[in-house]
Structure formats: C-alpha cells, structure tokens
Design a protein. Structure first.
Lengths: 114, 113
C-alpha cells in the first residue's frame, strides 16, 4: 500500500459526459501528479500540483482540468468525454516535487467511456 | 524531447532464469533514472533508482547501472520467480523539472514455474 488513495476505482460513463476523479496523497506529501495510461499512448504525465498551485503541465487536453485543495487532496475533471479518453488514470504524490525523489502511485481509476 | 525506449515484450521466462530488460534514454541534461513495476490490478511501485552516472540501483534482487556513455539503464535479475511476473517501466526525470516522469512503453514479464 503506497498510502495514496484514489476514488472511484472504476467509472463507466457515456460520451459527452463529465466526471471527477479524486486523489488523496500520502500523509505529509505536498506534491500531487496525474498520469494517464492507455494502450496506444502508454503512460503520459498530465499535470502536477504543489501545495495548491499548478507546478508543471504535460499532455493534458483543454477538456481536462485539475486542482489541489487546501487539505492537499486533488481532483481531475474530465469533460466532454470521448471514446478515446478511456484509460487508467493514476495519481501520484511526493514530498515536494523536485529532485530525484520517489513518486508514490495510487491504484488508479479505470475510466470507460461508452 | 526527452524519451525512454524499452525492449519490446512480452518476455517469457522459466523460473530461475536470468532476466535482462533493456532501457535506453534520450535527455537534455542529467536525468535521474528509475525502474517501476506494476503488478496486475495495482498501481506502479518504485523498484529502484539511480541519480548519477555509474550509480547502481538495487532492490529485491534486481539491479540496474546508470551508464552515461551508452545512455542506458538496463534491468537485471539473476534468478526470476513466478512472483516477478508484472509490467516493468523504465523512466527518467530531469533534475531541472518539477517532477515529471517520462516513461518507456513498459515490458510485460511472465515467469512460468
């Protein structure tokens, strides 16, 4: 158990809908990351937050947004969903987000868009 | 841009066989290098890491050496077990970036008794 929790574990929805994925980082970690894992794209970095502020952005679509709240949990919002958004979404956390520190991954949320 | 290339899988071995999974990288600057493992139905776990050239990371019988001259970080284990069956990801992180991990495509390892 990494100490990172993600909810829900599975999500099935329809095209055009909007969903919210939730992540709670390990106790004491200030940095949260979101990654998308799909068969065609592999593991892709989406976005990073540090202590409530956006710190780095990767291949995140404009239809997607995220935020980190004062209690440090984070939410990833996916809107106008398309079939191609079906993937496993991972959240990870680390102490402060820099250097070679380890990122601890949650179990993921599997999203299926029908 | 920065990238990681892993040997294509899947890799199928018998128990107690020797394992090598090749990983090479392209990066501007001096990255830290990681191996993560993903067991079925679970998230990624750090297996080992190395932060500078010639460093050797090791854990649970797995080893990898950071080779700057060949831009490689190959994963090895002398004797695999059935419980090692998983997907293995090589990744890099630039020292100047704020935490983005760049992953290879993953290598599926299956070990038979």
């Amino acid at each position: 158990d990494s100490g990172v929790t993600q909810t829900p574990k599975h999500l099935i929805t329809a095209t055009g809908q909007r969903v919210t994925l939730r992540c709670s980082p390990r106790s004491g970690d200030l940095s949260v990351y979101w990654y998308q894992q799909s068969l065609d794209q592999g593991l892709q970095f989406l976005i990073q937050y540090y202590n409530g502020e956006e710190r780095a952005k990767g291949n995140i679509l404009e239809r997607f947004s995220a935020q980190q709240f004062p209690d440090l949990h984070s939410e990833l919002n996916l809107s106008s969903l398309e079939l191609g958004d079906s993937a496993l979404y991972f959240c990870a956390s680390s102490a402060w987000g820099g250097g070679p520190e380890t990122q601890y991954f949650g179990p993921g949320t599997r999203l299926l868009v029908l | 841009g920065d990238s990681v290339t892993q040997m294509e899988g899947p890799v199928t071995l018998s128990e107690e066989a020797f394992l090598t999974i090749n990983c090479t990288y392209t990066a501007t600057g001096y990255p830290s290098l990681f191996w993560y493992v993903q067991y079925p139905g679970e998230g990624l776990q750090l297996l080992l890491k190395a932060t500078k050239a010639d460093d050797k990371g090791s854990n649970k019988g797995f080893e990898a050496t950071y080779r700057k001259e060949t831009t490689s970080f190959h994963l090895e284990k002398g004797s695999v077990q059935v419980s090692d069956s998983a997907v293995y990801f090589c990744a890099l992180k630039l020292g100047t970036s704020y935490g983005k991990l760049t992953f290879g495509q993953g290598t599926i390892l299956t070990v038979h008794p």
